[in-house]
Design a protein around this ligand. Structure first.
Ligand SMILES: [Zn+2]
Length: 278
């Protein structure tokens, strides 16, 4: 489940600070947000713990998700007028994986959201953009394998909000419902999360996978039930910091490709379509 307002910047702040918008104080898609000083971004928490942090995105407002010195690598490209924008972003992320093997890589794929605004959510163009985003995820998976870190890299894939018509402002199930999927060597295969899942849970879950303590200001919970406990314990027991990739499709509609009981092999996932309005 996303947050209210289901807008890109407030939702991303909720993702990275594990607080509702009323808590982190970023309530609009402003280019100059003024987040509450009591928040802590996953980027700075990971950096504080000595992790290599990276972000690849196509919407410049997202630079505000990390305070100065919280990121080791940043790539930004305006993809609004680029029909192959997600492809460019995925390639940049692949290059980052090959060169630096980051512990935390955030990748923002915007094409789905752009198609939704231009042609409508669930329109043919929207599904074409979903297919393009799917290919971008494939590029990332290949890059992870080529970098030799497939055995230590988990992917969390979800959107920041849904959409209906050509917008996503109102607090409707179509706008608030998002898919949330995890995949990788530490993730239980074919496991379907039954408990309600919030976008606030993403940062604590990634911290859990990276073996670092969640920040005290975070209100979400780590979805520890998706972790398979390989190596005889939690992922925190790993001797080496493992790569953890967060990939965000800019938006997806109310019917993600994985339906109830249709979890793809190797994935833990849930459609967050309960009535929670975090
Ligand atoms: Zn949008």
């Amino acid at each position: 489940m996303s947050v209210t307002p289901s807008l890109t910047l407030p939702a991303h702040y909720s993702l990275f600070t594990s607080q509702k918008p009323i808590g982190h104080n970023v309530l609009t898609n402003t280019g100059r947000p003024n987040p509450s000083p009591s928040t802590a971004s996953l980027f700075e928490v990971a950096k504080y713990n000595g992790k290599f942090t990276a972000a690849v995105y196509s919407w410049e407002h997202l630079r505000n998700l990390a305070p100065p010195e919280a990121l080791d690598f940043v790539y930004y490209l305006n993809t609004l007028q680029r029909p192959q924008g997600d492809r460019n972003i995925a390639q940049a992320a692949a290059d980052c994986l090959a060169r630096f093997k980051p512990a935390l890589l955030f990748v923002y794929l915007e094409g789905v959201d752009q198609a939704g605004h231009a042609s409508g959510w669930m329109s043919p163009a929207y599904f074409d953009a979903l297919a393009e985003a799917d290919r971008a995820v494939g590029t990332l998976k290949t890059a992870i394998a080529d970098a030799g870190i497939a055995g230590a890299t988990d992917i969390i894939l979800h959107s920041d909000h849904g959409g209906s018509g050509t917008h996503h402002q109102e607090a409707t199930p179509e706008n608030l419902t998002i898919p949330w999927i995890a995949w990788g060597p530490d993730i239980r295969r074919g496991f379907r999360i039954e408990a309600p899942v919030s976008i606030l849970d993403t940062a604590p879950t990634i911290a859990h996978l990276l073996g670092i303590r969640p920040h005290y200001s975070w209100v979400g919970r780590p979805l520890s039930e998706i972790v398979n406990g390989r190596r005889g314990g939690a992922a925190a027991d790993r001797p080496q910091a493992a790569g953890s990739v967060l990939t965000l499709a800019g938006a997806q509609g109310p019917r993600p490709k994985l339906g109830p009981g249709e979890s793809a092999p190797g994935f833990s996932g849930r459609q967050m379509n309960d009535s929670e309005s975090a």
